[in-house]
Design a binder for this molecule. Structure first.
Ligand SMILES: [Zn+2]
Length: 108
């Protein structure tokens, strides 16, 4: 009886492993689709700014975004200086949020 139970457990364990692998693959594909959709959205917005004549103007300070930056990142909306300032602020906010987050002793 133990042998039968063991023999049935292996395929079940393998099936569960396969299911987890497929779920992970689905999540990865979904994340890639989200990234593609986000990039397309940024490109559409850049094309709109081109039509409006505001392409290359920094959203933050209004200065011109450097040509080299636009060549590397055609849908950039901030100059390098403003982008770096924003990233620093976001990083600071993440640190503050982590420090003030309640400590979870166990995950139910
Ligand atoms: Zn700027």
């Amino acid at each position: 009886m133990v042998t039968t139970r063991t023999a049935k457990a292996a395929p079940r364990r393998r099936a569960n492993e396969l299911r987890k692998m497929l779920e992970a693959q689905d999540e990865l594909e979904f994340a890639l689709l989200q990234m593609k959709a986000d990039t397309l959205s940024r490109i559409d917005a850049a094309l709109r700014r081109l039509d409006e004549g505001s392409y290359g103007d920094c959203f933050q300070c209004g200065d011109e975004i450097a040509e080299a930056r636009l060549r590397a990142l055609p849908f950039a909306v901030r100059c390098k200086c403003c982008e770096e300032a924003l990233e620093t602020l976001e990083e600071h906010n993440r640190h503050v949020a982590q420090r003030s987050a309640p400590v979870v002793l166990f995950d139910p």
